[in-house]
Design a protein around this ligand. Structure first.
Ligand code: SF4
Ligand code: SF4
Length: 574
């Protein structure tokens, strides 16, 4: 009888199917010279702990390979340091290495004279662990959403279409043009525009900005009603089957619409997954063009399809290279060229391009809350890099980096803002006179957007209560506060608010209890709910309940703009 656990056996068996020339080359090539050591942000933050060194982390996987798939390790395991995995505890220990101590940023690869690509077999190991259910809970939650709902943030089709309609009406007003539209499922368009679900949930302005740019460039474009999520959690989880299924959704919709070119909005892992890795995972050849929206916007500016005025972006800007866009896909110069066309004060960050440090939220790290303290500690080098630029705004072409950078900027009190090229191009673009001539604009009395709305804020953290309340009151809402579940239910019954923001994790009766009681009480069941949590894995405490789901959710930390955008959307006010 085997001395190994069932899961350990499956992981060893599965490794045989994953080994290819690239992975085996990296597994056997390391000469332990140590030149990669200082390239890793985890090492820089933990200089006295050798277990963070890339070669040390890689060796834990390499030892398994040697023990089972390399003849020297099979015959003389003690000689080559081969070591198998035997128990579920062994797998848990490896989980903490491959998910918790590496963001798959590939900076060590660039600095290895032997060409060892640790991140590639780190991803392989993630996939093997995921195949036996050993993974951080956040990875399980996000993967489930992408398998079942078709996008990694669980955005329902109606929410996606509602958000686009909302942005369309915002742009009609901004451009003063009733003919402005965001076409959906238009056949034979030259451009099919795909996005990150984060844009729908937290940053719909990026959709509006892109739409404005396409419109002013006179593009024949559309957004698909399905297969619109170009992100792919398979890249982070190592699950090639998920990676292939997600990529295929995008490709199939593109073909169904007979689109000319697939344009991928600013997202590093989405770009890498959809354009570079997806066809391999899906096992198909692609015969249509795919490009980053950075290239599309650059072409519009350089060809004169849109005119820009760089003096409109008045701050000082630096640029953060996303690991996936830059190191893995070679997108170094185009974003800088575009940035220099739309801002006057650009300050390079050092090191940059292929030597840039990860935002430290890469590789899916933002979804793994158990490793947050280590992630933020390892972000020190990135914080130092940002600070040294003296810029007030950091620009990045990646939604994941926006979140990673925002989090570390807050943690290290840098006082910087984060934005993307699409926002800067949109702000700089000159709107031709003819667009504005189409409607007469009535002078309006400015009304606060949440005037007349009642909102209950439920959270046990005093600073969140103060922050949410002041943002919502500044925008016209009447706000009630509760710090525990019982008070929340009492206020819901008494005040009948239009909506509630609800923290899940509270002492005593938690958010899950409040949510189920609310939905089961016919007097208050229709109250709109926005779940707020700093621990995405707790979302199942809400979504697994036998009641209609909440109208929205937000992950902490929440900034003012995100809070307001989501509250307005949930409460359905323009
Ligand atoms: S630089 Fe390359 S060869 Fe040297 S220790 Fe790191 S992975 Fe091994
Ligand atoms: S891939 Fe990045 S995070 Fe992982 S070991 Fe290498 S440098 Fe460190």
């Amino acid at each position: 009888m085997s001395d190994k656990s069932f899961k350990a056996e499956k992981v060893i068996e599965g490794m045989a199917k994953k080994l290819n020339r690239q992975i085996v080359g990296s597994l056997v090539a390391c000469v332990h010279c140590g030149m990669c050591t200082d390239s890793c942000h985890y090492v820089l933050a933990n200089p006295d702990d050798p277990t963070y060194a890339p070669a040390y982390k890689a060796d834990r996987i390499r030892k398994i390979f040697k023990r089972h798939y390399d003849w020297t390790g099979r015959v003389l395991p003690w000689w080559v340091g081969a070591k198998s995995v035997n128990t579920d505890e062994d797998l848990e220990e490896i989980k903490d290495i491959v998910f918790g101590k590496c963001t798959n940023c590939r900076r060590c690869t660039i600095n290895c004279p032997m060409g060892v690509d640790y991140a590639t077999f780190n991803r392989m190991m993630r996939g093997l662990l995921v195949s036996v259910g050993v993974m951080p809970e956040g990875v399980a939650v996000v993967s489930k959403d992408q398998w079942e709902i078709g996008n990694q943030m669980g955005v329902l089709k109606e929410d996606y279409l509602d958000t686009i309609e909302w942005m369309e009406s915002e742009m009609k007003e901004e451009l003063e043009d009733p003919d402005f539209s965001i076409p959906i499922d238009k056949m034979d368009a030259d451009v099919i525009y795909t996005i990150n679900p984060r844009e729908v949930k937290y940053d719909p302005r990026t959709i509006a900005d892109a739409a404005k740019i396409f419109y002013l460039a006179g593009e024949n474009w559309t957004m698909p009603s399905e297969g619109w999520d170009m992100t792919n959690f398979g890249l982070f989880s190592g699950d090639d089957a998920l990676g292939g299924a997600v990529a295929l959704r995008v490709y199939e919709k593109m073909k169904e619409l007979r689109g000319g070119k697939l344009v991928i909005s600013e997202c590093g892992h989405g770009y890498r997954s959809t354009r570079c890795e997806g066809p391999n995972w899906a096992g198909i050849d692609q015969d249509f063009l795919m490009e980053s929206s950075v290239l599309t916007m650059l072409d519009y500016v350089k060809s004169g399809k849109i005119e820009v005025d760089k003096t409109r972006n008045t701050a000082s800007y630096t640029f953060h290279d996303s690991c996936n866009n830059a190191r893995s896909c070679g997108l170094y110069e185009e974003p800088r060229e575009l940035l220099n066309l739309v801002v006057s004060d650009f300050r390079e960050m050092y090191p940059n391009r292929n030597e840039n440090y990860c935002c430290t939220g890469g590789g899916g790290a933002m979804s793994m809350s158990e490793y947050t303290p280590l992630r933020l500690k390892s972000a020190k080098i990135k914080a130092d890099q940002l600070k040294a630029t003296g810029a007030s705004v950091v620009v990045t072409s990646c939604h994941n980096c926006v979140d990673g950078l925002t989090d570390l900027i807050k943690h290290y009190n840098l006082g910087m803002e984060v934005t993307q090229l699409v926002n800067l191009v949109s702000n700089a673009v000159i709107i031709p006179e003819k667009v504005g001539e189409k409607v007469e604009v009535e002078p309006k009395v400015k009304k606060l957007p949440l005037e007349g709305k009642k909102i209950l804020v439920v959270d046990d953290e005093p600073d969140i209560l103060v922050f949410f309340t002041s943002v919502l009151e500044d925008n016209g809402a009447t706000v009630f506060e509760a710090t525990n579940g019982e008070d929340a239910i009492a206020l819901l019954i008494k005040e009948k608010p239009d909506m509630m923001t609800l923290d899940i994790n509270m002492p005593g009766k938690d958010g899950g209890w409040v949510f189920e009681n609310l939905r089961k009480n016919p007097d208050i069941a229709e109250t709109k709910v926005c779940i707020v949590t700093g621990r995405p894995e707790l979302r199942r405490l809400i979504y697994d309940r036998p009641v209609p789901p909440p109208e929205g959710y937000l992950d902490k930390p929440v900034d003012e703009e995100t809070l307001l955008l989501n509250v307005k959307k949930i409460i359905e006010v323009g």
